[in-house]
Design a protein around this ligand. Structure first.
Ligand code: MG
Length: 301
């Protein structure tokens, strides 16, 4: 099969396309992250963390700056009203950009103490906002402002945007990172990226059962990477997990079986599905953003 693929399981052939190429759609960045697709505007927003900017890629190929001072924004997502939700290292907060453009701080403290540096975020269908809080944004002045952690744990949090209340739902991580729900939201997948600073930490995506009252239990390893560290990832319309890795994007089935890889020439940090038909994989990878059409997507094609 032609294309930038490593096919490990024959099922992967049905998830990718031949005669497509990996296109570099933006370049010259320092560390790209936080890709989020806005269907109504047919645009991708993504962070360049060290450059403190959020960029916008339009489906006509145009790239421009969406936000000049992003406060070292990292992960981004949309809420149920289509508003931008962002993790910001610089302010150690999670924010929402309102329909009128004003920015609202949704959370910057837990238990009276400052958060570490919110990293990645996802919104559940009930409107609750789930985010991870590792220490990457306070380890140096490169991706935030160097500071001492005030939190005894690196938590996964659930935030109620109506009340502002945040609850720790998992704290058994060295460094929690990307996160995503299964299609039916009975499972939450969370990346453990602590291997970035400690070779003894396994490079795994973990999975938890989500209870009816929005707590997590039965945390266990879901899949481990053979190249690099899991950072951001997405679940497709079939329940497969497409994750960042050192050599590209790895695709696992719902049982954690590695199906194949899309090989990318730079270390991948995150990805999302977008494009006119929702079947374009948009990949943030170190200094660039790449795009490739696949035979899958975030919604049933
Ligand atoms: Mg991340």
């Amino acid at each position: 099969m032609k294309g930038p693929y490593e096919i490990i399981d024959a099922r992967f052939r049905d998830l990718v396309l031949s005669n497509v190429s990996l296109r570099r759609i933006s370049a010259g960045h320092l560390w790209t992250e936080g890709p989020v697709w806005f269907p109504a505007h047919q645009c991708l927003l993504f962070s360049d963390i060290p450059n403190q900017k959020i960029y916008r890629w339009m489906s006509d190929g145009t790239v421009n700056v969406f936000r000049e001072n992003s406060n070292f924004s990292n992960g981004n997502t949309r809420d149920r009203e289509g508003r931008l939700i962002s993790c910001q290292h610089g302010t150690r907060s999670v924010t929402r950009t309102e329909h009128n453009g004003m920015i609202t701080t949704l959370a910057d403290r837990f238990d009276g103490k400052r958060l570490n540096s919110p990293n990645d975020v996802v919104v559940k269908s009930d409107g609750t906002i789930w985010f991870t809080d590792p220490t990457y944004g306070i380890l140096s002045d490169y991706e935030g402002y160097k500071a001492t952690s005030e939190q005894p744990h690196r938590n996964v949090f659930r935030l109620d945007p109506e009340t502002g209340r945040i609850v720790s739902v998992a704290r058994d991580f060295i460094q929690p990172n990307g996160l995503a729900f299964s299609r039916d939201e009975t499972l939450l997948y969370v990346a453990e990226s602590g291997r970035s600073h400690d070779d003894n930490v396994p490079a795994v995506i973990r999975v938890y059962n989500v209870s009816a009252d929005n707590f997590l239990d039965n945390g266990r390893d879901f899949a481990s990477l053979d190249q690099g560290i899991p950072d951001g990832f997405r679940v497709d319309c079939h329940g497969n997990i497409w994750t960042s890795a050192a050599d590209g994007v790895h695709c696992f089935d719902r049982n954690g079986v590695l199906l194949g890889k899309i090989l990318v020439p730079e270390t991948v940090s995150n990805l999302t599905f977008g494009g006119v038909r929702g079947n374009e994989l948009l990949i943030t990878a170190t200094t660039s953003v790449y795009a490739i059409h696949v035979n899958s997507g975030a919604v049933t094609p």
